[in-house]
Design a protein around this ligand. Structure first.
Ligand code: SF4
Ligand code: SF4
Length: 315
């Protein structure tokens, strides 16, 4: 005699409930990762402040951007700019390889300053503060600001042979903890002012620093264009409901991806978890490698247009 099996927990969930559960899981995993990395950075910063005589690593040494800041100086003189540590190079190369493989997940999952901006967005939602929506054209223009900052940082690092940006970088200002343990120099107020302005802007605009000013984000958005994996939309499955656009923290519209989302994507996966249509948004291998293009079935041209229905007589 067969005993009747109780329905599985998953089986009792509606499609909507499963989608909410998936969204929470993805967000939870990302926030745990961000918290762990942020904790490591804070512990390193405190150690550096308390044990400077022992040479404990600073937050500068734990930033992969240092590899880029010293690249031009190293290529032309064979030397590094001051304060650059071998760890910068190791992290920089690791980030380059990681971005080529899986896209720019560093900004969404690892960067502690990205986590701070996510926290500010959370505060805004909890306090019911207004959200500033930047018009599309202005948003597209402002994104070039990252490349302006990147060019300035590389130029100044090269001409001064110093880690010039460390004096203004809001990541270093916040996590360096000089505001807690004592400022280094008289013009530290400039760094605090920049941090305050960026934090205020990030309170009303999701990921303001990442979208418009971060020089590392600029470099990663270029490298990300060549990434092996990227989120892609299958136009044959997509219903154009635009639900996936709402959670995107960097203002990308995955519903308009043709077929891959922009290289500005930070890999948070919120859009994939939000999409109610199975197979409409997936993490796909980019076609130029000649590998199977499963997610793009129905979109053989890669233009994002739906493939016209075949008549019954077509073979
Ligand atoms: S496109 Fe999707 S994965 Fe990329 S940042 Fe936006 S919501 Fe996150
Ligand atoms: S990808 Fe999914 S959520 Fe986005 S528009 Fe298409 S069906 Fe809607």
């Amino acid at each position: 005699m067969h005993s009747r099996q109780p329905p599985t927990r998953t089986g009792t969930l509606s499609r909507f409930q499963r989608r909410i559960r998936d969204m929470r899981r993805v967000k939870g995993a990302r926030h745990v990762t961000q918290l762990v990395v942020g904790g490591i950075i804070v512990v390193a910063a405190v150690r550096h402040q308390l044990e400077q005589a022992t040479g404990a690593a600073s937050v500068d040494a734990l930033c992969p951007f240092g590899a880029l800041e010293t690249l031009l100086t190293w290529a032309t003189t064979g030397n590094f700019v001051t304060k650059i540590h071998p760890s910068n190079l190791v992290l920089g190369i690791g980030l380059l390889v990681g971005t080529l493989l899986v896209g720019n997940a560093f900004c969404g999952w690892i960067c502690p300053f990205g986590a701070v901006q996510d926290a500010l967005s959370w505060v805004r939602r909890k306090l019911h503060l207004p959200t500033v929506v930047v018009p599309r054209r202005l948003d597209a223009a402002l994104r070039w600001g990252r490349f302006g900052v990147l060019a300035l940082v590389i130029f100044m690092s090269y001409t001064t042979a110093k880690l010039w940006f460390a004096g203004y970088d809001p990541y270093v200002t916040l996590f360096g903890l000089h505001w807690l343990f004592g400022a280094e120099s008289g013009d530290y107020w400039i760094a605090l002012l920049i941090l305050g302005l960026v934090a205020a802007a990030s309170l009303v605009i999701d990921r303001f620093w990442c979208r418009y000013l971060c020089p590392l984000g600029a470099a990663l958005s270029v490298v990300g264009r060549f990434s092996l994996l990227r989120i892609r939309r299958a136009p044959s499955a997509c219903t154009d409901c635009t639900l996936c656009d709402r959670p995107c923290p960097v203002g990308i519209e995955p519903s308009k991806a043709r077929p891959f989302v922009s290289a500005d994507c930070i890999g948070c996966m919120d859009c994939v978890a939000t999409c109610p249509v199975r197979g409409a948004l997936t993490v796909g291998v980019r076609v130029p490698l000649g590998l199977p293009d499963r997610a793009g079935q129905g979109d053989p041209t890669g233009t994002g247009r739906r493939e016209p229905a075949r008549s019954g007589r077509e073979k």
